[in-house]
Design a binder for this molecule. Structure first.
Ligand code: SF4
Length: 377
């Protein structure tokens, strides 16, 4: 599968200000005949102060503000919808310059505020149980379009976001370079100076980018969307997730061994499909890396890392998610009793497990429900 090139290099009328790293912004300012410290001021307005309109960057000379407004696209996304759920979460729909829909969900709680963010408009992975999968891929998002979801959501909701989870539209590991830029900006000293552990990347499991992420994004959390424990079922329901389960296990082992971020397995329970006792047993084995050959090349590679082993004796944490039905799929969620039974089976084998009740279901903001239904035609 082909990775998206950096969109700042793609032909477009204007560079998006939010796409640019500090270094690239400084180069642009040099080309404009402006001193480097002006680039730092602008970077601070954009990523720390959350101010994007050049006219409001009050410590810049008026002529420079005009130049910025003329030369750059400072706001590539437009907010079109806000839906408030009874549980306090807020679903936003945005449109790109090309009118492609994106959705994000703000989820405040007593532990801080989490933003579920999109990395693509739509998704090419075509998972059958997911509304976004039924949309297909509309467009790749640039780093600036990903970041602007955060900034617009903060401005509109009045919340300060404490962590982001790439669990909205899209498969973030297909958009690795934009993802890298987002992490660099949010975790950079001149950006928000976040700990990488405030960022969680969710993936259906694409092995090479997973290994790259493990090596180059230290301490970013990884959530592997496993959802099925047999090859046949996984291929049927997640047709574009083509790596086999043992390869995913090896990649997860590698990530946990070398990265330092938290690792989890996401498992959506669908009635009669993946919620049997046998599924629970296979999930226990996966979480414990049971059957993983110690001479597997990825495992050997992990063991040869010079970094201190980060592997812990515990099995990987499993998040069980109750399925949120979508009209196009025809599946039902597992009953509460069955979910509790399934969780108990995992816990009885020593697998740490959390049952996640999805938020924002009443406004179509829960896991698997982001379907871009608000696109303006
Ligand atoms: S579950 Fe994730 S990867 Fe699969 S189609 Fe939906 S958004 Fe894409």
């Amino acid at each position: 599968m082909v990775e998206q090139p950096l969109t700042e290099e793609a032909p477009q009328q204007k560079h998006r200000l939010l796409d640019l790293s500090m270094e690239r912004l400084a180069e642009e300012f040099t080309a404009l005949g402006e001193p480097a410290f002006r680039a730092k001021q602008v970077f601070d307005w954009l990523h720390v102060k959350n101010v994007h309109e050049p006219a409001q960057m009050t410590n810049l000379p008026a002529a420079l503000r005009e130049k910025l407004a003329e030369k750059f696209d400072h706001a590539p996304l437009r907010q079109v919808v806000r839906l408030d759920s009874r549980d306090g979460s807020i679903k936003y729909a945005f449109l790109t310059r090309g009118n492609d829909p994106i959705e994000s969900v703000v989820m405040p709680s007593k532990y801080g505020c989490t933003l579920c963010i999109s990395s693509q408009s739509g998704c090419p992975m075509a998972c059958k149980f997911c509304e976004t999968g039924h949309m297909g891929l509309r467009s790749w998002l640039s780093a600036g379009e990903i970041l602007q979801q955060l900034y617009l959501a903060e401005q509109d909701s009045g919340q300060t976001v404490d962590r982001i989870v790439f669990m909205g539209m899209g498969e973030p590991l297909l958009n690795l370079r934009a993802l890298r830029r987002v992490v660099e900006i949010l975790c950079g000293e001149q950006g928000r100076n976040w700990s990488p552990r405030r960022i969680t990347v969710s993936t259906v499991g694409i092995v090479q980018p997973m290994l790259k992420l493990a090596d180059t994004f230290p301490r970013v959390n990884l959530a592997l969307s496993l959802h099925f424990t047999t090859e046949a079922k996984r291929r049927e329901q997640m047709p574009e997730a083509t790596h086999d389960i043992m390869e995913l296990m090896a990649a997860l082992y590698y990530y946990r061994r070398v990265n330092g971020g938290k690792v989890s397995i996401e498992y959506t329970l669908i009635s009669g499909s993946n919620d049997s006792d046998d599924d629970a047993r296979r999930l226990v084995d996966f979480a414990r890396f049971k059957g993983l050959p110690q001479d597997h090349p990825v495992v050997l590679d992990a063991e040869m890392q010079e970094k201190p082993a980060r592997m812990q004796p515990l099995p990987v944490h499993v998040n069980l998610i109750s399925y949120n039905p979508i009209p196009s799929a025809g599946f039902r969620g597992t009953s509460e009793d069955r979910i509790d039974h399934f969780a108990q089976l995992l816990a009885s084998k020593g697998v740490p497990v959390t049952v996640r009740r999805s938020r924002g279901q009443d406004v179509g903001a829960a896991c698997g429900q982001l379907g871009g239904k608000f696109a303006e035609k």
